[in-house]
Design a protein around this ligand. Structure first.
Ligand SMILES: [Zn+2]
Ligand SMILES: [Zn+2]
Length: 117
């Protein structure tokens, strides 16, 4: 009886280790983060496109205290929240009060205002 319980505990521990190992490897490889939706950004300085998880955005905002996000390419605080174009895969900054632009600034495809937030 005692032996059976031990084996049961071992399986639970191994299962948990496998789960956390899987989670870590996904985080390192930069795969989709299920806990945090992705947001899209476009740098006004170097025109770089990048994406960030909402968790990262919150952390950076707390640090900077600003709406602009730090660009990973030129490291200036000049990146604006953007809409993601499904056609060309690039980002176009929101216009006015956070509205999705009518057309993609890269390929001119019509943007879907219901998406990309
Ligand atoms: Zn930049
Ligand atoms: Zn496009």
């Amino acid at each position: 009886m005692g032996n059976g319980v031990k084996i049961g505990v071992l399986i639970v521990v191994l299962g948990a280790a496998g789960y956390f190992g899987w989670k870590n490897s996904r985080a390192i490889s930069g795969g989709n983060d299920f806990d945090s939706p992705k947001t899209f950004w476009s740098c006004t300085e170097c025109k770089a496109d990048f994406e960030m998880s909402l968790g990262e955005v919150r952390k950076t905002r707390e640090k900077l205290g600003a709406e602009m996000m730090t660009c990973p390419k030129c490291s200036k605080n000049a990146a604006l929240s953007a809409a993601h174009c499904e056609k060309c895969g690039r980002n176009s900054p929101f216009v006015g009060h956070g509205e999705v632009p009518k057309n993609c600034m890269h390929c001119k495809a019509v943007m879907n205002p219901g998406r990309g937030k």
